[in-house]
Write a protein that binds this ligand. Sequence first.
Ligand code: 99T
Length: 202
Amino acid sequence: MKLFHSPTSPYVRKVVVLLRETGQLGDVEMLAAAGSPLDASKMPVAHNPLGKIPALVPDDGPAIYDSRVICRYLDDRAGGGFYPAAPRLWQCLTLEALADGMTDAAILMVYEARLRSADKRHDGWVEGQWGKIARALDTLEGDWITYLGGGLDIGQIALGCALEYLDFRHDGRNWRNGHDRLAAWQAEFARRDSMVATRPVE
Ligand code: 99T
């Protein structure tokens, strides 16, 4: 299989963490990709018309995207067990959606700063994105700590990647403030070999 990859993408990281956790890393050739909505020239548009990574090309079929679909495919391929049975499944998938939504907001903030000229930047819009993340952090701290103490699943992997992406791109926002229990969970989760091996580097 081929995986279009970037070492800074938290969505790619979800996939690579799952590859490592399920013993499939050796089955995948990593192909470097990079880009943004303004420049798709190094993105795998022939495989993913959205011009986004990750995109996975299995040996025996058409490309698979986005990270949620790729992770489900890889878990199925390996019998990984990273998707619990219902009803816990609905919490697992909701946690993944919450984590990915935080990442979406965090990336939109990066794009606003990086891709727009200073005179066109919209501070209120940026703060609106951070508002989504702040509410998600409060919800995680208030409602999800017991769940996070359960078995490892794709929701937890997505959350670990999302929180470290906040450290990577939005360090100055101090997401740990007021979220002690979530911070403690993250500190422990970050020690997994799969997380240590995939820490983002510029
Ligand atoms: O939006 C674009 O044109 C290019 N951006 C991407 O491909 C980002 C890379 S993260 N990936 C996605 O937006 C994928 C989202 C999708 N829902 C999924 O796969 O889950 C780069 C972040 C960074 O380098 O800081």
